[in-house]
Design a binder for this molecule. Structure first.
Ligand code: COA
Length: 334
């Protein structure tokens, strides 16, 4: 049972959705001065999915949410909380979670969005765990969803090769069994300018000048984020392992945020994790931001890589700067 938690909370369903359109490294070679070889060796990414002009974040989020509900055997009316973690909401307001609620017809659910960059899913899971553990809520749907392609400058090779679109969802409920063993969140706002989308908010409202400056696109200090990511993935993992009284070797599957294979390998090496303890799918999807850990978790469960009793360590980092880590003892569906 985690700190301050009165009831145990388990994930009873997972789901994910990605757009059908595939953008390969070879496609990118035709758009910007890059190469498949550079992208593959520097990031581990081979291809990513990209939403078409008719698809927005709430569409992918609702689809992932619907699949998680189906997986759990829970109907939308039974939900009392929907949290969508995203940095690419359909619009500044209303929240994307309200649009998901409308799509799912989950009329009994309170809804809010959460902005924690690529740590978003873990932030959402942590909020849902505490909301359910307190007894205030019974069933929460947490969705990490982003269409980063919509805010990428496809002339900027330092960012456009890294990201893809998608959504990953988890349904959480109270339970007698173990479930979430430990969870930690953190942030350092001093790193706010390492990864950002500058324009369109109240600091720099959208205008012809912000458009001309390209402030509707992602900006990133890649090297700084890289160093931060390796350090914080290790620190956050060790912290949450200590909270749960576990060692790295007790972990059956490590699901890190899927940003760059070199970041994942450095962190795994420092944690003394073996290759088969680490889940990687960034070759297929690139960095799907708040969706990445949710997509990986759903794939791992559905492919049998996670079984009842397994201990799973999730760890993420992202814009803010933010980070989060969580250990779950997986409970098989009855
Ligand atoms: N294709 C070809 N060359 C590229 C390129 C691309 N897509 N992107 C950058 N380069 C070039 C640079 O211009 C630079 O050239 P120069 O030496 O002539 O100046 C060279 O490659 C090396 O650039 P550098 O930025 O040092 O590369 P890197 O090894 O640090 O890799 C990232 C860059 C972005 C892949 C890496 O820093 C990274 O993954 N950072 C973390 C990003 C991240 O995870 N963001 C999301 C957080 S949630």
């Amino acid at each position: 049972m985690i700190h301050g938690k009165a009831r145990n909370v388990i994930i009873t369903g997972t789901g994910h959705a990605v757009p059908t359109r595939v953008l390969s490294n070879f496609d990118l070679e035709k758009m910007v001065d890059t190469s498949d070889e550079w992208i593959r060796t520097r990031t581990g990414i081979l291809r990513r999915r990209v939403a078409d002009e008719h698809t927005a974040t709430s569409d992918l989020a609702a689809e992932a949410g619907r699949l998680a509900l189906k997986d759990a055997g829970v109907s939308p009316e039974e939900l009392d909380l929907i949290i969508v973690a995203t940095i690419t909401p359909d619009m500044l307001f209303p929240s994307t979670s309200c649009l998901v609620q409308k799509n799912l017809e989950a009329w009994g659910a309170a809804c809010y969005d959460l902005s924690a960059g690529c740590s978003g899913l873990i932030y959402g899971l942590d909020m849902a765990v505490h909301s359910i553990a307190s007894g205030a809520y019974q069933r929460a749907l947490v969705i990490g969803a982003d269409c980063i392609s919509k805010v990428l400058n496809f002339q900027d090779r330092s960012t456009c090769v890294l990201f893809g679109d998608g959504a990953g969802a988890c349904l959480l409920e109270a339970a007698d069994q173990a479930g979430v063993l430990a969870s930690r969140l953190g942030a350092d706002g001093r790193g706010w300018d390492k990864l950002l989308l500058r324009g369109g908010g109240s600091r720099h409202p959208a205008s012809p000048a912000t458009l001309a400056a390209g402030w509707h696109y992602i900006e990133m200090c890649g090297n700084d984020v890289f160093k931060f990511a390796v350090r914080i993935m290790v620190e956050a993992s060790l912290q949450v392992l200590a909270d749960a009284g576990l060692q790295p070797e007790d972990i059956d599957l490590f699901i890190p945020h899927q940003a760059n294979i070199r970041i994942i390998e450095s962190a795994a090496q420092r944690l003394n994790l073996t290759e088969d303890q680490v889940y990687v799918n960034l070759d297929e999807y690139g960095n799907t931001s708040a969706a990445s850990i949710g997509i990986a978790l759903d794939e791992a469960v559905r492919s049998g890589r996670i079984k009842g009793g397994d201990r799973v360590l999730l760890v993420g980092f992202g814009a803010g700067l933010t980070w989060g880590a969580m250990i779950i003892e997986w409970v098989e569906k009855a």
